[in-house]
Design a protein around this ligand. Structure first.
Ligand code: SF4
Length: 222
């Protein structure tokens, strides 16, 4: 009697696990198709749902991309663009004077003469890299501009000044972590990925940054 009951229980548990796995697989395939569609067209279908599916099913979606011989970094790329898209309206509601920009120090010229201060690395706009011009433009619009010397810096500045909105530049991983951090502080953020990562002489699409910091609703969607 007991053995028969246990057999039935194991059968039900096994069936539930198979059904759950099939459901996760189907949702992941749908998620992967929507991600590819967004990547190719720049349009987002059911953006918030897609964002949830990327967050929950990323570890299944990426192997699906790998099996399809597609570049699985597309998943991270679309994830960042989706978050920018979802955050954009709130971001634009924050007055520019309350928006902060965090620039990684690796973007600077290797011959940068800027000094480290408690408020980050202080660019003197020497003309050796584009950071000086970006800082000048951003500050003339009203942004606070910081060059980040290390990972704990952003947390310290958020705690100290409580910015209303943030634009962060970094590699995909840094942007993902930064967007999560901002979300946990209820700060609308926009991420701008580096086009060449590394420890020194990294680069970004400066026009994309200027597009994101401009005060137009359509900017920074992609
Ligand atoms: S422009 Fe600023 S960040 Fe770039 S090298 Fe000169 S001082 Fe350093």
């Amino acid at each position: 009697m007991l053995i028969g009951y246990l057999d039935h229980l194991f059968y039900l548990v096994g069936k539930s696990v198979v059904l759950l796995a099939a459901l996760v697989l189907i949702l992941s395939i749908i998620g992967a198709v929507l991600i590819l569609y967004s990547f190719r067209t720049g349009h987002f279908f059911a953006a918030k749902l897609m964002l949830i599916s990327i967050s929950l099913l990323e570890s299944v979606i990426k192997p699906i991309f790998w099996l399809m011989r597609a570049d699985y970094t597309i998943v991270d790329d679309v994830g960042v663009r989706l978050r920018n898209y979802v955050n954009r309206t709130k971001f634009l509601e924050v007055p520019i004077e309350k928006r902060f920009i965090f620039m990684p120090q690796c973007v600077r010229s290797t011959e940068c003469p800027a000094k480290l201060t408690p408020e980050g690395i202080k660019c003197v706009n020497c003309g050796r890299c584009e950071v000086g011009e970006a800082k000048r433009r951003a500050e003339s619009m009203g942004y606070k501009f910081f060059i980040v010397p290390g990972s704990s810096f952003i947390k310290r500045i958020i705690k100290k000044y409580r910015p209303g909105a943030i634009v962060g530049v970094g590699c995909q991983m840094e942007i993902k972590e930064g967007l999560d951090l901002c979300h946990s502080h209820d700060i609308p953020a926009q991420g701008v990925p580096l086009t060449k990562s590394g420890c020194v002489a990294t680069t970004l699409d400066w026009d994309q940054l200027y597009d994101v910091i401009s005060d137009q609703a359509g900017a920074g969607k992609n």
